[in-house]
Design a protein around this ligand. Sequence first.
Ligand SMILES: NC(=O)c1ccc[n+]([C@@H]2O[C@H](COP(=O)([O-])OP(=O)(O)OC[C@H]3O[C@@H](n4cnc5c(N)ncnc54)[C@H](O)[C@@H]3O)[C@@H](O)[C@H]2O)c1
Length: 276
Amino acid sequence: MSDRLAGKVAVVTGAGRGIGRAVATAFAAQQAALVLVDIAADITGVPYPMASTSQLDHTARMCRELGAPVLTAVADVRAAQDAERVAEQAVERFGRIDVLVNNAGVAGPSGKIVHEVTEDEWAVMMDVNLGGPWRMTKAVGAAMADRRGGSIVNIASTAGLVGYRNFAAYVASKHGLVGLTRAAALDYAPYRVRVNAVCPGSVRDAEATEGRMLAEIGRSIGIEPADHEAAFITQQPMNALVEAEDVAAAAVWLASDESRRATGSVISVDGGYSAR
Ligand SMILES: NC(=O)c1ccc[n+]([C@@H]2O[C@H](COP(=O)([O-])OP(=O)(O)OC[C@H]3O[C@@H](n4cnc5c(N)ncnc54)[C@H](O)[C@@H]3O)[C@@H](O)[C@H]2O)c1
């Protein structure tokens, strides 16, 4: 326990499991107050389940056990009215929003060459992975700018930096998110609102966070869930997968005042994957 985020109010999307849960608990351990957001329902066209309300409640419990005040919100980042409602509820409960972590994202539908991707498959990926962070930024940006302070952390991916075969929509959505990060950083710089991105490499689906994205990425390219860790490790320069906690540690730094002169940064946490 430490106090690097003491006094800060943070909204974390996709907090029901995975990296979002790791970010939430890392923020709680640094004494942030938390608004934990998740769709907590499946998405038509996404070929694997999203988190449940009980998983979102479990994240909330873990954070409360660390001493954090927590508000949970079931909301879909594809809906502008949901994003606005989250921002309103956060301000009603905690008075302001200091930090927004745009973490909610989907890895599928994927596994097809570009010309096989359908309109619906393309649209759902863009709507969640790129439209979601844009809508959430819209919902909190004006108030942050008025208060002359805030930190927005976008969880992109190495897929925002390099291409991956048969993942065109995911890669395009994450490159778009890196672009949104840079553009928003410039828009908000005069207002002292910082916008940065973290680009994780292949993150291990750990039991404690109940993440499942890496297994689903593997499945979409024909790798059995039991074999996916071994398959992905062969591509990692450090011969190890990234842990969700590694991504959370970068998010803590970006959320805190320690990074007060960092904006528009795109930080890889990928064990060297994108250095090649
Ligand atoms: N796992 C990896 O290897 C990896 C690597 C690089 C980047 N990322 C990125 O990290 C982020 C989190 O991934 P993860 O591995 O924890 O995945 P995950 O599937 O385990 O968790 C994603 C969470 O987002 C929620 N969510 C999805 N769509 C939503 C929506 N429309 N509105 C609100 N909530 C929604 C889900 O319910 C789930 O709780 C994603 O943006 C992903 O692209 C993951």
